[in-house]
Write a protein that binds this ligand. Structure first.
Ligand SMILES: Nc1ncnc2c1ncn2[C@@H]1O[C@H](COP(=O)(O)OP(=O)(O)O)[C@@H](O)[C@H]1O
Ligand SMILES: [Mg+2]
Length: 370
């Protein structure tokens, strides 16, 4: 059987560029070479696409040749017969087009996880792993995500939203509105990730600086009541019939799970499975599936929770459509512990991408005859 040609797309222009390279490195190592031919496609910090000739994502970014992604050409015409990576630039005999069967976009954060990259993949007509345009976009936007979760009857922490314009032009009004949330609270950019731009506010004087800091990363900012909570995470995989993994727990040895605790200090513990009573785990798993559906999940997601210490109430914090994906990241570990080892998880995600593409082909595009 011919090998499946997988475009592993990574890097990107977000604050999670490096995290994405780490995820791609692990995925490349684990994809079965007997089944897949992997094309490494790095998106550099300027947004340029580079096709690697070597074997490491870092090298693809440094010395890969410029390419762009094109839809299939007309039958018999010039260009590739399938969606393909085309050589960019001119001069000399151009290298051949590189057709793709499926794309595994592992670009975390802005531009990669928010529906924009998915929109490009849709237009080009190539099957891809993970949530679609709408699901990616609503899962990325913390304000819209929370509105949809609340609307679906799921528990979320009380919050209010501010525009950067309001914070800049009428800070007193913003502070008056912030009073409904109270202190302590968390200020965060609506669209970001990796805890960038997030701060915990413990006193009134720190409120406005925290809102301004968050507004550096997005024109929309959330203020959320702080909950004294344990942090639980559940993996979800599937399309129409998603399944939930066992529950994991994050134990940051920091005031909260900030950027340092996520990537730098090496002290954060990932407990799989989480040491919680079975009914709590079952509740988290069931909420995770409901949250996945409420936010148009597809393929995969990691659903993050707060388990309030005093009340044992669970709140859905966020749903991540492209969670960290190194072998030691929470998402693959959750499925490993659920009986789906890393390479089999990758096989399953690619299978789900192809399955969805097949469903899509069956969507009628013609207007009904009158
Ligand atoms: N309302 C809250 N109460 C308590 N801790 C919070 C709250 N919001 C965020 N945090 C802390 O900040 C971290 C990052 O916030 P999160 O909303 O998950 O943003 P990101 O998308 O950057 O991961 C959380 O994992 C948690 O440690
Ligand atoms: Mg988070």
């Amino acid at each position: 059987m011919a090998k499946l040609r997988v475009g592993l797309v990574f890097g990107g222009q977000s604050v999670e560029h490096e995290v994405s390279i780490a995820s791609a490195t692990s995925i490349l190592r684990a994809l079965d070479p007997a089944r897949y031919e992997v094309l490494l496609v790095g998106i550099d910090r300027n947004g340029g696409w580079r096709l690697g000739s070597g074997t490491s994502p870092g090298e693809a970014l440094r010395s890969g040749r410029p390419v762009w992604l094109a839809p299939a050409g007309p039958p018999g015409g010039p260009g590739a017969a399938a969606p393909a990576l085309m050589p960019a630039g001119s001069g000399g005999a151009p290298p051949p087009a590189e057709p793709l069967d499926v794309v595994f976009p592992i670009v975390h954060g802005t531009g990669g996880e928010d529906g924009r990259l998915q929109g490009l993949l849709e237009l080009v007509g190539v099957p891809y792993v993970g949530a679609g345009v709408l699901g990616s976009a609503v899962q990325m936007d913390k304000d819209l995500a929370k509105r949809l979760l609340r609307d679906a009857g799921l528990p979320v922490v009380p919050w209010c939203t501010f525009s950067r314009a309001e914070i800049d032009a009428t800070p007193e009004a913003a502070l008056r509105r912030a009073a409904q949330i109270g202190i302590p609270c968390f200020a965060k950019p609506a669209n970001c990730g990796s805890s960038v731009g997030i701060s915990r506010v413990d006193r009134a004087e720190a409120l406005l600086p925290a809102l301004r800091e968050a507004a550096r990363y997005d024109a929309k900012v959330l203020l959320e009541r702080a909950v004294a909570a344990r942090e639980l995470e559940v993996g979800v995989v599937g399309n129409d019939e998603p399944v939930a993994s066992v529950v994991g727990e994050i134990v940051p040895h920091a005031e909260f799970y900030d950027y340092r605790a996520k990537y730098r200090d090496g002290r954060t513990e990932l407990l799989v499975p989480a040491p919680v009573p079975e009914p709590t785990a079952e509740r988290a798993r069931s909420l995770a599936l409901r949250a996945f559906r409420a936010l148009e999940g597809r393929g995969l997601a990691r659903v993050d929770f707060f388990l309030e210490r005093s009340t044992e109430a669970l709140f859905v914090n966020e749903v991540n459509s492209l969670p960290g994906f190194t072998e030691v990241s929470m998402f693959p570990r959750l499925f490993e512990a659920s009986g789906l080892p890393y390479p089999a998880l990758l096989d399953r995600l690619i299978e789900l991408a192809l399955e969805h593409a097949e469903h899509r082909r069956r969507v009628a595009l013609e207007a009904p005859e009158r």
